[in-house]
Design a protein around this ligand. Structure first.
Ligand code: BGC
Length: 732
């Protein structure tokens, strides 16, 4: 560093240091005054009043204490929009006409942007919509790791890598909470399958717990200061998550010093004394309609009176809830943010996120982007070309103000310039049943053949065929896992037939989980991962297929070639035996498994093509050796060498060359999305410190980084490594 630069840095840093000192003093001053006010309120409350704050008083509210000016808490799902209003005591819609909301791309789509700035913007917009609907707590984000492709809720979550999930969740939470709304991080913890979610017991070794399944929760607490956390339905090591002392008191409130409130998932509480003493703060529910019968209602009052739960334990819970109320300015402030609802800005943001989320999986012969001036006709095929998805998926479903389907998006975009013929191609023969999930009745063979024939004719007569297939919320849903990884209905037959009829066939998959493509993946030239891309998904789709916008999304999870290749199905356990599932694959989740065991995926983690190309050069490590207390800077130059403007997600993976324990072949330790105009170059810098090198050492119950060689792998995906460097971690 030159003398001049160091002076500038010092000059910039000095005021910042003074500012941050003042800020933290002011903050602790506020904290102290809030804590004092909490104590004053507590001292005025009767036991019954305290307990009234610890359980649901309707499906989505708690009781306040009017006498003391404590309002009820109003919670809402989450995570990709504000849910429609239901009647207070049943699950029926309340019939409002003012409760439609902005529908954002769901979790996997957001993660596929690899752009934390968008996660923060989405959080802010969600917070604004929550406030405008008078909500205090937004039930999201969902950060459970994608362990099996079959998990019904994968679409709500953010993929298979702890770092990617953490970085996106941190920003989402900061955004939501900046609007005086508490985020509620869910589902803590190990809720990685929906099959038997109310009963399943998860067994996972301590290292895997710490390295794979907890980091996003920890990051949300430590780095985003999340105000509330939802305890999951399942059991962990034999104990329900909402009465799991180890998860709640020891790790969350102990090790991570969580100061907010633990909310049970709806009906996930199974006891009074045990849950109260284990660290659950608020019981929410579904089944019992007399709220006095809740575990945390009359039974808790009795447990305190009988001395089985100390009143101090109850006080701690009330304190936590009040703290969140103060921090979201529900009490103690008259300038709480009032939010904004269904604004054009929010709608534009849903489109922007969708544009950055779409992933170009394959583009043989550069079939995409399509050129409006060269194409006269398109066959648009498939049920998902016209299907709306906002309302599906159970608790995350919402009443979208509107939702542009892919067909509508293309029609609006192309106007009369290009002729569009729509053919359904396959029939959605499934229905979602509350007790069984997707029930699929095989179609009448003649009807199915007629639909395919109609699509083939449309494809033959058109310059290009685009099939919008994939899944829908009969399959990508809360409460049920998929039976297999196959495309349902007659989609495979349809794709094969259409591709034969018109070699210029593009397949767009609308789904939130991996699906098998073996029957046609080698023959279809272009494949797009379309996700559930929100209310403007169709607009974004049209713009990207015609090259007005460039693809920049990357996969947040691996697409295995077949289900049997996926680690829980190959070496772990799924869905478990006798209501216990053992995560025998340990830390080898997602690409950590595929790369360590050399199993070829269909599309790897981090994969996503662009309409331009990026070259990587000049990899520089600030040092060849690092002391444990130091850090290393990694810098690389990326150039857009093509003719289109675009964005690249530069991914940094680390490999521990020699270790006393099994380490994955590579682990993501940093990523940056860089926007470059055609011909432009830019530098990307990462910082690696000891924590990035560490594994969780069970014998020491701590994170340990062992001295020795590490390789730095810089790539455009987990399997497209462009540059490698090395350094040595020295001993103390
Ligand atoms: C889901 C939660 C949701 C809650 C309230 C539960 O069934 O697991 O994610 O927030 O319902 O709707």
């Amino acid at each position: 560093m030159s003398f001049k630069t160091s002076i500038i840095i010092i000059a910039v840093l000095l005021p910042m240091t003074i500012y941050s000192q003042q800020y933290s003093e002011q903050n602790s001053e506020t904290d102290r005054s809030v804590e004092n006010r909490i104590e004053t309120l507590l001292s005025q409350m009767t036991l019954a009043e305290k307990i009234s704050m610890l359980h649901g008083n309707s499906k989505f509210t708690t009781a306040g204490v009017e006498r003391l000016g404590i309002p009820p808490w109003r919670l809402s799902d989450g995570p990709h929009g504000i849910r429609e209003e239901i009647k207070p005591h049943t699950w029926e819609p309340a019939g409002w006409t003012t409760d439609s909301s902005s529908y954002f791309p769901t979790g996997t789509a957001l993660a596929a942007t690899w752009n934390p700035v968008l996660a923060e913007k989405m959080g802010i917009a969600l917070g604004e919509e929550a406030r405008a609907r008078n909500k205090d707590v937004l039930l999201g984000p969902g950060v459970n790791i994608l362990r099996t492709p079959l998990c019904g809720r994968n679409f709500e979550y953010m993929g298979e890598d702890p770092l990617l999930v953490s970085e996106m969740a941190i920003q989402y939470i900061r955004g939501v909470q900046s609007q005086d709304v508490a985020a509620c991080l869910k589902h803590y913890a190990l809720n990685n399958q929906e099959y038997e979610r109310f009963k399943i017991n998860v067994e996972v070794d301590e290292r895997t717990l710490r390295e794979i399944y907890l980091p996003a929760f920890k990051a949300a607490v430590k780095k985003a200061d999340v105000f509330t956390i939802m305890g999951a339905y399942n059991k962990f090591r034999g104990k329900y998550c909402c009465e799991n002392h180890y998860l709640l008191n020891d790790i969350l409130k102990g090790e991570w010093d969580f100061k907010g409130a633990v909310v049970s998932d709806w009906d996930a509480t199974h006891s009074t004394i045990e849950s109260a003493n284990a660290g659950l703060d608020l019981e929410m529910g579904t089944a019992v309609d007399d709220y006095k019968d809740y575990y945390f209602a009359d039974a808790l009052q009795k447990a305190v009176e009988d001395g089985e739960v100390a009143e101090a334990v109850v006080d701690d819970k009330v304190r936590r809830i009040l703290r969140v109320m103060f921090r979201t300015r529900m009490i103690g402030s008259d300038d709480r943010k009032t939010g904004a609802f269904n604004t054009p800005e929010h709608q534009a943001l849903t489109r922007k996120i969708a544009e950055e989320a779409l992933v170009l999986l394959k583009n043989a012969g550069n079939l995409l982007p399509l050129d409006k001036t060269q194409i006269k006709s398109i066959a648009v095929i498939g049920d998902n070309a016209t299907r709306k998805h906002a309302a599906g998926g159970v608790s995350s479903g919402l009443k979208a103000l509107y939702e542009i389907t892919p067909l509508e998006g293309l029609q609006k975009y192309l106007k009369d310039d290009v002729k569009i013929t729509y053919a359904r191609g396959y029939q959605k023969t499934s229905e979602f049943h509350w007790d069984k999930g997707a029930v699929n009745t095989p179609p009448d063979p003649e009807e199915a053949a007629a639909l395919i024939a109609e699509a083939v004719n449309a494809a033959k007569a058109a310059d290009v065929a685009i099939i919008f297939g994939g899944l829908n919320h009969d399959y990508d849903t809360e409460a049920f896992d998929r039976p297999d990884m196959k495309l349902p209905y007659t989609q495979n037959e349809l794709i094969e037939a259409v591709q034969k009829a018109n070699p210029k066939t593009i397949v767009v998959l609308i789904c939130g989980s991996p699906v098998e493509m073996d029957r046609w993946v080698n023959r279809v030239p272009a494949i797009v991962q379309g996700w559930y891309a929100g209310m403007e998904g169709g607009t974004a789709m049209a713009k990207i297929l015609f090259g007005d916008v460039n693809f920049s999304g990357k996969l947040p999870f691996t697409f295995p070639k077949k289900l049997a290749d996926s680690p829980p199905h190959k070496i772990g356990e799924y869905p478990g035996k006798n209501l216990t599932v053992e995560y025998k694959e340990g830390i080898l989740v997602g690409y950590r498994y595929f790369d360590t065991e050399n199993v070829e995926p269909l599309f790897c983690f981090g994969h996503g093509l662009s309409y331009t190309n990026f070259s990587y050069s000049d990899l520089k490590l600030s040092s060849a050796a690092m002391l444990p207390a130091d850090s290393i800077q990694v810098q690389v130059t990326v150039k857009n060498t093509g003719h289109a403007d675009g964005a690249e997600v530069v991914q940094l993976y680390l490999r521990d060359v020699e270790s006393s324990v099994l380490r994955p072949a590579k682990e993501l330790k940093g990523f940056r999305k860089i926007f470059l105009k055609a011909g432009e170059s830019g530098k990307v810098t990462f910082k690696l410190s000891r924590a990035d090198l560490a594994f969780y050492d069970v014998s020491r119950s701590d994170w340990v980084s062992e001295p020795g060689a590490f390789r730095v792998l810089i790539g455009s995906s987990s399997r497209d490594i462009r540059m490698e460097g090395a350094f040595e971690l020295l001993s103390e």
